[in-house]
Design a binder for this molecule. Structure first.
Ligand code: ATP
Ligand code: MG
Length: 255
């Protein structure tokens, strides 16, 4: 099944969210099929994070619109129930429980996302730590990790329950080129494990290089959506967003 099938994994319809007079998300719709990677680009303040916030309900809901995940309406559902349905996210700012150990952070992710206990919980935590190359750091405080270490900890905490939908908000910001390359293979690996991925990213070679479809937001609205090749060539996108970076997008597509 893909995003055009009758029942996609995630369907967002006519979502709006305002802050006072500012319309941060303005009538946005999208569909995502299982194991699909949808990239979301757009200038600062375009409404990308706000869209993630209202889909997950953290820290607020939409003013208007419908969100259906795995056949269930979630726009009014409590965030912990949404996560139990199999949706996990990471945050734009590096976020961890700094005074807890790396392992305790991942255990919290597991407790939030599923009802795992005992050996099942321990095995899931071990697997996630191994996957994100954090096993050797498991007893260290989360605060001792580097930027990329903290990003990988957020990822471990999100994927520990193997959610069918993973939402990543600028996972590559602040990383070195080799870390971005490592992150790219991690994200593709999650998809190969069966996860669908919504990816917000400013680093366009990464976004265009791994997304099956890309949607560009501007002033809270969806400006355009299509294949990376079509979107990178779209004049509205070049005008509104890519500007001087359009060469970067072309390079990514060539690569
Ligand atoms: N809690 C809030 N209260 C008031 N205004 C907000 C709030 N959250 C977001 N906004 C505003 O909504 C608009 C969209 O913000 P949002 O964080 O969604 O943008 P973004 O596309 O994620 O940008 P960036 O690429 O910089 O992360 C901005 O003008 C922002 O200032
Ligand atoms: Mg943002």
């Amino acid at each position: 099944m893909d995003a055009r099938s009758p029942q996609p994994l995630l369907e967002v319809e006519g979502i709006c969210r305002s802050f006072g007079a500012l319309v941060a998300v303005d009538d946005v719709s999208l569909r995502l099929g299982p194991r699909e990677i949808l990239g979301i680009a757009g200038p600062n303040g375009a409404g990308k994070t706000t869209l993630f916030n209202v889909i997950t309900g953290i820290p607020f809901k939409a003013d208007k619109g419908r969100i259906t995940f795995r056949g269930t309406r979630i726009e009014a559902m409590a965030p912990h129930r949404i996560f139990r349905l199999g949706l996990a996210r990471t945050f734009q700012k590096e976020t961890s429980f700094a005074n807890l150990t790396v392992e305790q952070n991942v255990r919290l992710g597991a407790a939030f996302g599923a009802d795992l206990r005992g050996k099942e919980l321990a095995a899931a935590v071990d697997r996630a730590l191994e996957r994100l190359d954090l096993s050797a750091r498991r007893r260290d405080p989360a605060a001792s990790l580097t930027v990329y270490g903290t990003k990988r900890l957020m990822l471990a905490s999100a994927i520990v329950t193997r959610p069918p939908l993973l939402m990543l908000d600028e996972p590559a910001s602040g990383l070195t080129a080799s870390e971005v390359a490592d992150l790219k293979s991690l994200i593709l690996g999650f998809r190969d494990d069966g996860m669908a991925i919504l990816l917000i990213e400013h680093i366009l070679p990464l976004l265009f290089g791994i997304s099956e479809r890309v949607m560009v937001m501007d002033f809270g609205r969806k400006l355009v959506e299509g294949t990376p090749a079509d979107v990178a060539r779209d004049q509205r996108v070049i005008d509104a967003y890519l500007g001087g970076q359009s060469e970067g997008a072309a390079d990514a597509l060539a690569g």
